[in-house]
Design a protein around this ligand. Structure first.
Ligand code: PMP
Length: 390
């Protein structure tokens, strides 16, 4: 009887108290603002870092692709679902990222499941950060190899694991997020590369939140550190800065060819729809053309980081457009979210099991296209929330 499950009991309790913050239906969207229940709200709960979902050139490209190829591919890349624009996008991504070859998947989650499943066989192992995304955790359950976890961004513990185990396995891969999705901090990639070189391990970066954001023109965490050529696998998603849906992996040509012939989520699932492919391709064009987009993004990030600090919020070590606001108790996080919603702010709480008990937070994130008046309203609402709930 699933109605008796803890999760549904908790959901129903929140619904009864008008505090349920999930599955809010958005009636209209202009990227930085959305309409919910007939009321316009400022969106600070999305991953649309560059605000490109509503860029006219991006929208036009998606429409044209539907006109040319239809709305879906109705099959896997392997068989009938491989369009010329998939291959053109892969070439464009490889050039943009600085790797030999890129492969596009239908989602970022499928990319992690498929690639990690393919490269971590029964004789292999992966070592990963405890705060990695859920799709990496699921990938480790699906992969036939052994998994070791290390404490978040603590570079001592993986060294111990590497020392103890590397000789027992054929291939060892260190897997970590480039930007951690909840706390917004950046992976210590130089140290990861150092360890990988010392122990002969491969490096896999899930750069879902770094691609489009960090590095020169958004080339990601590996570019941010000048370590592109040292990363064996760079994973990205198109569900954030690239304003669509889909995922990608890049690396050397031969390894990518192997992935193409072994990643089950690539082979046994239909390919990215044409409109999504064209969207991502147009996003890269806009990013390469628009000299100001990243400047505007980082100006907004600084404005909000300074603003939150001035109000007195704890924002972890965030150095990125993801700014988590520490709240503490999970019920309080729901109450603050509801309070902010009444003030016209759309944001989302992050509660256990996504974070440890007592460490609930509100995950806020910012776009290049947010205006200063929008951001000032957000800060005013948070300042009122602090007075109300502290
Ligand atoms: N990795 C990370 C770090 C993510 O944050 C996400 C999405 N939240 C994914 C992978 C999965 O990406 P997608 O939405 O494309 O499935």
């Amino acid at each position: 009887n699933f109605g008796e499950s803890k999760v549904l009991k908790q959901a129903n309790m929140l619904r009864d108290n008008n505090l349920y913050p999930f599955f809010r239906a958005i009636e209209a969207s202009e990227a930085t603002t959305v309409t919910v229940g007939g009321v316009k709200q400022i969106m600070i709960g999305s991953n649309n870092y560059l605000g490109l979902t509503h860029h006219p050139e991006v929208q036009e490209a998606a429409i044209k692709a539907i006109e040319k190829y239809g709305t879906g591919c109705t099959g896997s890349r392997f068989l009938n679902g491989n369009l010329t624009i998939h291959e053109e996008l892969e070439e464009k991504l490889a050039r943009y990222l600085g790797h030999e070859q890129a492969i596009v998947f239908s989602t970022g989650m499928q990319t992690n499941l498929g690639v990690l499943g393919a490269i971590c066989g029964p004789k292999d192992c992966m070592i990963f950060d405890s705060e990695n995304h859920a799709s990496i955790i699921d990938a480790s359950r699906l992969a036939m190899g052994t998994t070791f976890k290390f404490k978040h961004n603590d570079m001592e513990s993986p060294e111990q694991v590497l020392q103890d185990n590397v000789k027992r396995f054929k291939n060892t891969t260190i897997v970590a997020d480039g930007i951690f999705s909840m706390t917004g901090d950046i992976l210590n990639l130089p140290r990861v590369i150092e360890l990988a070189e010392k122990y002969g391990a491969m490096v896999y970066v899930d750069d879902a939140h770094g691609i489009g954001v960090l590095g020169d023109r958004g080339r990601g965490t590996m570019d941010h550190f000048g370590l592109t050529k040292k990363v064996d696998f760079n994973m990205g998603t198109f569900s954030k800065s690239f304003a669509s849906i889909g995922g990608c992996i890049s690396g050397d040509r031969e390894t990518m060819d192997y992935v193409k012939h072994t990643a089950r989520s690539f082979m046994f699932s239909a390919s990215m729809p044409p409109s999504a492919v064209a969207t991502v391709s147009a996003c890269i064009d806009v990013i390469l053309k628009d000299e100001t987009i990243h400047q505007r993004l980082w100006e907004n990030v600084k404005f909000m980081q300074d603003g939150f600090k001035e109000i007195g919020f704890h924002t972890y070590n965030s150095e990125t457009p993801i700014i988590p606001i520490f709240i503490g108790h999970d019920l309080k996080a729901m109450q603050v979210t509801s309070f902010l919603q009444d003030k016209g702010i759309f944001c989302t709480p992050v509660i256990p099991p996504a974070v440890p008990g007592g460490e609930s937070l509100i995950r806020t994130s910012y776009m290049a296209t947010h205006t200063k008046p929008e951001l000032s309203l957000v800060l005013e609402a948070f300042a009122e929330a602090k007075k109300e709930f502290d």
